[in-house]
Design a protein around this ligand. Structure first.
Ligand code: ZN
Ligand code: ZN
Ligand code: FE
Length: 737
């Protein structure tokens, strides 16, 4: 009897066909296996028993990078075969929905990299079917060398043999190459003078040791790199990049080196070692790292070398290195030589290579709290991310997300495909970059949207783009989803919750239905609708956008609320940070409600507290105040401030007056955290529904830890992001429910 077996999931570019080939041969089956746009397609002559055996073996022993979503077998018309074969890919109109993610170097490749007798000894681009670049080099599906940026490299005879041999672990490993035929390094200075010929890695180690800043091309973009133990070098990088205090990530060779600079738990160690190789936020040790890496913060982001090139560099250069995305603040990550040359005032030398990056992809960032993993940035190794929906749709849906930490999602049938982190849409080129990500998805998935979903904020670039699309094509249906509702839906979606819940969305700011800037919201909602049942009492954001960067403006607004004109005579941390004239101007603005929108944002409350306690008055990056407060939290402080919930409204100025009377910062900060937890707990007790937490504020580790303790069943964005990168997915959930 002849059967066809169709396997869907992540089954392309992961060594699935040779795996099937070897299985079939071991079971003495004849027929063939092929990749089509769908997934993997097998045709065999077999008895029913053997077929079942084959399917069981496929499920039990599948290749490490594969993910099987479904296996469907059907008896088809009898066919004749003399052997089992691997057939070439056929292009079908129906495309596979899954693009594989980039994968860190595997153990076997590392062994070869370090083996003097191997022909790829020291080859910086060694890969196999289980590791290496994927998403970042793919132009089109199916995943085949000719549709990747490896198409430019003609395989030498030796590589070709490996590529064609089903029992070789490089069989159909699309990115393979060697010294003879694969990508090559080049090292040059900012005037494009070539510095090395064949000994690039040695030279790079020398240059790092002398305190230079290097741009190094990685998987999904360039990094800016310097010696992480050298104060002068790190400071120089900060100055040149004009990055005052936002923490830098540190790359080390292996887990032992990581343990030298940070305290690492079991789950954290697993994440660091995983083939996704994310940046993991860890507790800093007293160590050799420069203080300029994460000033005044007790955490440090660490990741292990994930490409053979990084491995070679760190093997030579023994110290940990700063490895931060090469971009100007607000601009997209550099992926081409042309782009990195524009940053040549920042780096001294550039270690480049000639493998093109097709899709840019930042490093992913995660942290672990209570053995649960939370993501701050969903990108390399994880992206694109796929979510299954309960229902199928025949409409093609494009979800444009928010404006910060942008991601986009498309919905095809019952699947949401979420792009990697794109970045903030704050500059012209970042908006262009955002559009190019959408174009990539449209191209790969042959996709034209019937429905476009966006935020309600009229000034978000994503909203403007949605409206442009509607103008270009009148048939497109445009749907706008409230920001905080989308946040809650995202957390509900990943936890597969559809029932009525109490959704708590604590966030920076997002556009509310009443035109105010929401961000400290309590909703009773399900996947169909929401009702705003509570929020922080609105306060004025003095100077609007400016208030988001200057905690002192938020604190001052509360002081005006409480003391009115008297504030002009007060002397405290907040008033001291302004000149007399500034205070007068801001008072008039507050009184006359000039450029001072109302907001209920919980994120801004962290700013307010930071300013009152003089922890920080003006931020240099988003979320800075929250991070600084985390470092001041004292677990021994158990009490909290008095507060009222009146008809769901919480007036934070009551808490402000109590903080003003506090003597010690540690106590004030700890009580502030405890109070937020009690407020959430209080609301939960009122409604007694499953509680869902979402929004950027819940990335605060202290808050998260305390909540998990106080409300153990709280539903969180586990294994996912809770900041604005989640919005596009939440928007998708709102349409298909
Ligand atoms: Zn490998
Ligand atoms: Zn070769
Ligand atoms: Fe948000």
């Amino acid at each position: 009897m002849t059967y066809s077996i169709e396997i869907r999931g992540v089954v392309q570019g992961v060594g699935f066909r040779p795996f099937i080939y070897n299985l079939a041969v071991s079971l003495n089956l004849v027929g063939y296996v092929s990749n089509d746009g769908f997934g993997v397609f097998i045709v065999v002559n077999s008895s029913k028993e053997k077929l079942d055996k084959l399917i069981k073996k496929i499920k039990d022993n599948k290749p490490p990078l594969s993910k099987i979503e479904s296996i469907k077998s059907t008896q088809i018309q009898e066919q004749r075969f003399s052997e089992f074969k691997i057939k070439k890919s056929e292009t079908h109109t129906k495309l596979s929905l899954e693009i594989p993610s980039d994968v860190g170097m595997c153990k076997e490749c590392q062994d070869e990299l370090e083996d003097k007798n191997n022909r790829r000894f020291g080859y910086p681009f060694i890969t196999c079917v289980n590791c290496g670049p994927r998403f970042s080099i793919i132009k089109n599906l199916p995943y085949d060398r000719k549709y990747t940026s490896m198409a430019n490299f003609i395989m030498c005879n030796k590589c070709q043999k490996e590529y064609e041999n089903p029992s070789d672990r490089r069989y159909h490993a699309q990115p393979i190459g060697c010294f003879e035929c694969g990508p090559k390094l080049s090292l040059f200075d900012s005037n494009s003078n070539i510095l090395a010929c064949g000994n690039e890695v040695d030279k790079v180690a020398e240059l790092l040791a002398c305190g230079n800043i290097l741009a190094i091309k990685g998987i999904g973009g360039y990094h800016l790199v310097c010696d992480a133990t050298n104060d002068k070098a790190v400071k120089l990088l900060r100055d040149r990049k004009q990055r005052v205090s936002k923490p830098f990530a540190v790359m080390v060779k292996d887990i032992d080196d990581a343990k030298n600079i940070a305290t690492i738990g079991i789950v954290e160690e697993e994440l660091l070692n995983s083939n996704k190789r994310p940046i993991v936020l860890l507790k800093k040790n007293d160590n050799s790292l420069s203080d300029f890496i994460a000033p005044n913060i007790n955490q440090v982001g660490v990741f292990l070398a994930y490409t053979p090139l990084h491995h070679l560099i760190l093997e030579k250069f023994k110290n940990p290195i700063v490895a931060t995305s090469a971009n100007i603040s607000g601009e997209p990550l550099c992926t081409t030589k042309e782009e990195i040359m524009k940053l040549s005032h920042i780096w001294d030398y550039c270690l480049d290579n000639d493998r093109d990056i097709i899709n840019s992809c930042d490093d992913s960032v995660v942290f672990v709290e209570n053995d649960k993993t939370f993501m701050l940035r969903n990108a390399r190794g994880y992206a694109p991310t796929y979510f299954k929906l309960d229902k199928k749709t025949d409409k093609k849906i494009l979800c444009l997300g928010a404006n910060q930490k942008s991601t986009v999602a498309i919905v095809i049938e019952d699947k949401v495909i979420l792009s990697p982190y794109i970045g903030d849409l704050v500059t012209l080129s970042s908006v262009e970059h955002f559009k190019s990500h959408i174009e990539t998805l449209k191209r790969i998935y042959n996709f034209e949207p019937d429905i476009v979903v966006c935020d309600k904020h009229p000034n978000y670039e994503s909203t403007k783009y949605a409206k442009e699309l509607k103008v270009q094509n009148k048939n497109i249906e445009l749907i706008q989803v409230q920001h905080h509702y989308a946040h809650i839906l995202a957390t509900m979606g990943i936890n597969n919750i559809k029932s009525k819940v109490l959704g708590v969305s604590f966030d920076g700011t997002g556009y509310g239905d009443d035109g105010n800037l929401w961000g400290g919201e309590f909703f009773i909602c399900d996947t169909n609708s929401y009702e705003r049942v509570g929020h922080f009492k609105e306060f004025r954001l003095l100077g609007a956008e400016k208030a988001i960067k200057e905690p002192r403006r938020v604190a001052l607004s509360f002081l005006f609320e409480i003391y009115g004109e008297e504030v002009l005579k007060l002397k405290n941390n907040v008033t001291d940070s302004f000149s007399e004239q500034e205070l007068n101007t801001l008072y008039i603005a507050w009184k006359k409600e000039l450029n001072s929108p109302l907001s209920s944002s919980a994120g801004r409350l962290f700013d307010c507290v930071s300013s009152l306690l003089n922890v920080i008055q003006v931020c240099s990056y988003e979320g800075e105040s929250g991070l600084l407060l985390e470092s001041l939290y004292d677990v021994n402080v158990k009490n909290y401030y008095e507060f009222d919930i009146e008809n769901g409204i919480i007036d934070f100025s009551k808490i402000v007056t109590q903080i003003l009377n506090e003597k010690e910062n540690k106590i004030a900060v700890s009580k502030f955290f405890n109070t937020l937890v009690e407020i959430i707990y209080g609301m939960w007790k009122i409604y007694n529904l499953p509680i869902v937490l979402s929004g950027g504020v819940f990335q605060n580790r202290v808050l998260l830890r305390l909540i998990m303790k106080r409300i153990p069943y709280a539903i969180l964005a586990k294994d996912f992001v809770s900041n604005d990168s989640a919005i596009a997915y939440g928007q998708a959930v709102s349409i298909i429910n």
